[in-house]
Design a protein around this ligand. Structure first.
Ligand code: ADP
Ligand code: MG
Ligand code: ZN
Length: 598
């Protein structure tokens, strides 16, 4: 993609230079011509010329076509060479006048000389310049609106991918599922002769950063076919009907390049469920419809595979998932501990590490991290190590990098009022103390009131082992630890703050999922209450929405009360931890556990 852009830029630069050169040259010639014609001073008035004609005193007249000056040779001049110049106010009228005089029997000759090539060219040039400028202006306007620039906007970006499967760490099952696609792209004929049908569309589902794009590129790289990438959000820009035409062009291009891969990132941007709306929505429908038409319209000899990525497969229109369209789904999960170690290994290749650093340790500390976050951590660590003038990346560089990627950059420069500090100290201490009494919540690793990113402070927990299931008790205890911050504010400062907004948001989401997704409510029972329309929900009774709300509220209220109970019973420790925080700003795991020993 880069290279292609560079080529385009060079071409543009050359065009601009050539245009400037041409304009400069023509201007120069025009100036010379104007200068010359100014030298030819008028030395005979038009009326005088008319008198000379009347008196038969004109021997010969010469005029260049399109010019307004006339060279006149008079009979009564002594020197043969002498000519006079006359400026003609209206050439057409003058030519007619000469014609009339001839018919009346006068002997006059008017030679019309053809204009010189240069003069004609210059005249023409200046007459088309305004048009050219207008055209250029329009082209620029259109480009600014993202139209017209074919390489980038209409057709999607095409690229030879040099990513291979070995560059994608972990994800073994996912790669296995794609091996047959690679085989097909390498030798579509073989599959066709066998009568084997290969899926046209494959949906890659997974959180951002899990490696969906990487995987798609690797398929193209392994098969050695072009990779045409486009993002769903690009389809829904500005002009009505444009999205659909882009889809059409994208597929037309793919058919030309076949065998190849089309990669549509963020397909949910176009493929969200259709609702009979208007405006942007119907524009969206057109785009989606076109996509469906194109998916259905593949000929058997087109070896084009469409890979699409989304992190919200449940949002997609069901029509997209029908047979012949995106009928195969591959879930790309965040890596487990082995996968994390492998990803770290890949991204550590070109970096220098201190000897005591073990990537397995880092993998152990980063449960739930995606490939993108891991690669990001190593990169940040390298930057931090460079800034700190270290020979190689050290343990503390890595720790700092992990914090930076997870909670944001440490903001030591931000001035914090004492009141805010006290609030944050009690808030974070509240989280930490409450967590200490919850068996399923992992141990506290570090507490700090130094702001990072948007958070005023943070409580970090030891990472969890990789888990496939989370129990109801775990979720309830998670709610309690989340509300520990707000509970501490309430109990100690007798007031509550906006600092808990994120905790509350997360807690509410967990509580809602417990009820509606995981069927954990005793009264409502194990039913999924995730539906498309309110009508579907009514299946479960007219008051179902109220009941869901009440259940969520009960979960949150119970957790909040429980958090306050724990803190009330451990008020001394809460004060102690908050005090240390106010003094030292950061508490490590050992320091924190010390509070509970004494
Ligand atoms: P997604 O498309 O799922 O959001 P990407 O494929 O764009 O994620 O991944 C972003 C970056 O993260 C990749 O370019 C790569 O550097 C790194 N990455 C993610 N997953 C892996 C993996 N399994 N192996 C190696 N690198 C990975
Ligand atoms: Mg991506
Ligand atoms: Zn909090």
């Amino acid at each position: 993609m880069e290279k292609e852009n560079n080529k385009n830029n060079k071409k543009k630069l050359i065009m601009v230079l050539v245009s400037i050169l041409v304009i400069a040259l023509v201007t120069l010639i025009s100036l010379i011509l104007i200068f010359n014609s100014q030298k030819e001073k008028e030395n005979l008035a038009y009326t005088e010329l008319l008198n000379h004609i009347e008196n038969d005193n004109v021997e010969n007249m010469e005029m260049t076509v399109g010019s307004t000056t006339l060279k006149v040779k008079l009979k009564d001049r002594e020197n043969e060479e002498d000519t006079e110049k006359v400026i003609i106010p209206n050439t057409q009228a003058f030519i007619e006048l000469v014609h009339d005089k001839k018919e009346q029997g006068k002997e006059i000759t008017l030679n019309e000389l053809p204009a010189s090539a240069i003069t004609t060219f210059v005249n023409r040039f200046w007459s088309v310049i305004p048009t050219l400028l207008m055209v250029a202006l329009f082209v620029m306007l259109f480009k600014m609106q993202g139209l017209g620039d074919k390489g980038v906007v209409y057709d999607g970006e095409e690229n030879k991918s040099d990513v291979k499967f070995e560059d994608v760490a972990g994800l073994e099952e996912e790669k296995n599922e794609l091996v047959e696609v690679v085989g097909f792209l390498k030798n579509p004929k073989k599959f066709k002769e066998m009568g084997a049908k290969i899926p046209r569309g494959i949906l890659l589902c997974g959180k951002p950063g899990t490696g969906k794009t990487l995987l798609a590129k690797a398929v193209a790289g392994e098969a050695g076919v072009p990779f045409i990438a486009m993002s769903g959000s690009e389809f829904i820009e500005m002009f009505a009907g444009l999205g659909a035409s882009r889809v059409r062009k994208l597929f037309a291009k793919a058919k030309k390049l076949s065998p190849c891969i089309i990669f549509i990132d963020e397909i949910d941007a176009i493929g969200s469920r259709r609702t009979g709306g208007s405006g942007a929505e119907s524009e969206n429908n057109q785009t989606l419809n076109q996509l469906l038409v194109e998916m259905d319209g593949f000929e058997t000899d087109n070896a084009v595979i469409v890979l699409a990525a989304t992190n919200r497969p449940e949002m997609l229109d069901k029509a997209l998932l029908r047979p012949g369209r995106f009928d195969r789904q591959i879930t790309v999960a965040p890596p487990d501990i082995r996968g994390r170690e492998q990803i770290l290994k890949i991204h550590a290749k070109d970096k220098k590490f201190a000897e005591d650093i073990d990537l397995a340790d880092i993998a152990d500390d980063t449960a739930g991290f995606t490939g993108a976050e891991l690669s990001n951590i190593l990169n940040e660590a390298a930057i931090i190590a460079t800034v700190n003038d270290h020979e190689a990346i050290q343990r503390d560089d890595l720790e700092e990098a992990i914090k930076k990627v997870t909670v944001g950059l440490q903001k030591t420069s931000r001035l914090i009022s004492d009141k805010d500090k006290k609030l944050t100290a009690y808030h974070e201490a509240g989280h930490a103390i409450v967590s200490q009494f919850l068996p399923t919540v992992t141990n506290v690793k570090e507490i700090s009131i130094i702001p990072r990113g948007v958070a005023g402070g943070y409580t970090m927990y030891k990472s969890d082992e990789d888990k496939n299931y989370i129990s109801k008790t775990e979720m309830e205890e998670k709610l309690i630890s989340l509300l520990g911050g707000r509970a501490a504010e309430r109990l100690v400062l007798n007031d509550i703050s906006t600092g808990a907004s994120n905790d509350i948001e997360v807690a509410t989401k967990i509580a809602r999922d417990m009820i509606t997704v995981y069927g954990m409510s005793e009264t409502l029972g194990p039913i999924s209450l995730v539906v498309d329309t309110p009508e579907e929900l009514r299946l479960f009774g007219n008051n179902i929405e109220d009941e869901i709300g009440a259940e969520i509220k009960t979960l949150i209220d119970t957790a909040y009360v429980k958090a306050q109970q724990i803190l009330n019973a451990n008020m001394e420790k809460l004060h102690k931890v908050a005090e240390i925080l106010l003094e030292k700003e950061t508490i490590t795991q050992e320091q924190f556990e010390q509070v509970f020993k004494s």
